[in-house]
Design a protein around this ligand. Structure first.
Ligand SMILES: [Zn+2]
Length: 411
């Protein structure tokens, strides 16, 4: 027996269990294991979760906040403008070093799987993608990384971007991104989505787009993405981030879209941090929040995840990064406060995200990969409330991070 985590609290059972890790897999989960492990860890009633996910992270831009000029308007267009100044001069090694710094913090906070978005377009070429592919390679022993080839300046708006996306996939990117709502017209947005599906099909890759990330109630890219997903037989292989326009759709149209999203099995990624600070900057009061209709999506059985879009970049000045922060944030914005709702929120960085990434051997059960996090709290409720240190983080059966917190009240 390699490692035994004793006295672990799991989400789905009342009693405490011992978890046996053998090589890279979970070998047993039982109330009392009699044998001794080569290494024994006493969880002492702490909650143990399977590895946490962040499926939407612009790691190529992360930490630019340390060196950039301030975003004076706080708007998306100014953030794009500031980022472009950097992108013209990106070096892959420099992009990788910032991405690794942020991902290392994410791993310490229990993240064992990242989807990193790399801007691909005529301004920065493939430099960001090459940087994140380098980061993926260097972080291999700590976490799984998928790199998304993401057309931040659009496709119709940025002639040459489609060819660069194609090249990015050939160079090893894992997921094809998209930003259809950013195109000038609905027709261009639909063409954008069509091009992304063509590339995805050619390379047999999944899709993760940023969709209807606007307060305009007439933005229609989620509708077409869901339709296209059904028509192309891509159910379960497409994720749509933001979808904040859902909050502004009229209720009748929103009900249709919620139904289409669930039918197409499109995962909705809510990135609440960024939308709370960036959306509705043109509104007076009441100010909209740019958040997808989480409770309606959940009620219809759609897959919803919560992700940390930005870490100290021109778009958003904060971000730890920490999936438990994302859980807390979505619990607030979607008003998920009842016990079963807190559990739903926790699933948005665990099971739901694993489903979106199509990871089959996920979860705390014998035979699954030993990606585990020992949380410094006994329950989901306390984990969200306190966001305590992650005592131990395991990736494929190997301990990759450990944390302690020492606080004293002095007299
Ligand atoms: Zn984003």
């Amino acid at each position: 027996m390699d490692i035994i985590i004793r006295n672990a609290k799991l989400r789905d059972r009342k009693d405490q269990v011992d978890i046996v890790i053998a090589k890279d897999k979970i070998a047993a989960v039982e109330p009392k294991i009699m044998e001794k492990g080569h290494r024994e860890i006493d969880a002492a009633g702490s909650l143990v979760l399977p590895g946490l996910f962040n499926l939407h992270f612009h790691a190529d831009k992360c930490l630019l906040g340390e060196i950039m000029r301030p975003n004076v308007s706080g708007t998306l267009p100014e953030a794009i403008e500031i980022t472009n100044d950097f992108k013209r001069n990106y070096r892959p090694e420099e992009v990788a070093s910032r991405a690794i710094r942020a991902c290392e913090v994410g791993v310490k906070n229990g993240t064992t799987f990242f989807r990193l978005f790399a801007d691909v377009g005529t301004i920065g070429g493939l430099r960001a993608a090459r940087g994140l592919l380098l980061a993926k390679e260097k972080m291999r022993r700590y976490c799984d990384v998928q790199v998304v080839a993401f057309p931040q300046e659009g496709i119709a708006r940025d002639p040459g971007a489609a060819e660069l996306l194609e090249e990015a996939m050939r160079e090893g990117c894992d997921i094809i991104g998209g930003l259809p709502w950013y195109e000038y017209t609905d027709a261009d947005a639909r063409e954008h989505i069509d091009i992304c599906f063509e590339i995805a099909k050619r390379h047999d890759r999944d899709i993760h787009m940023l969709v209807d990330d606007t307060d305009d109630p007439n933005s229609r890219s989620l509708e077409y993405l869901a339709l296209k997903t059904m028509r192309e037989g891509f159910q379960g292989r497409v994720a749509a981030s933001h979808c904040g326009a859902m909050g502004s759709y009229n209720d009748v149209y929103a009900a249709k879209i919620v139904d289409m999203v669930a039918t197409a099995n499109v995962t909705i990624s809510v990135n609440a941090h960024i939308n709370l600070v960036c959306s509705a900057r043109i509104d007076h009061e009441p100010r909209r929040r740019g958040i997808a209709r989480v409770k309606e999506l959940l009620a219809r059985g759609a897959n919803v995840i919560s992700s940390q879009d930005d870490v100290n970049d021109p778009y958003y000045p904060f971000g730890k990064p920490d999936p438990l922060e994302c859980v807390s944030m979505i619990a607030h914005v979607a008003q998920l406060t009842l016990p079963h709702e807190l559990d739903m929120a926790m699933s948005m960085v665990t099971e739901n995200a694993a489903k979106a990434a199509r990871i089959a051997d996920y979860g705390i059960a014998p035979g699954n990969l030993a990606d585990l996090v020992v949380i410094g709290a006994p329950s989901v409720h306390e984990a969200i409330r306190l966001q305590p240190p992650r005592k131990h983080v395991f990736k494929r059966g190997r301990e990759v991070a450990r944390s302690t917190l020492s606080q004293e009240l002095l007299t």
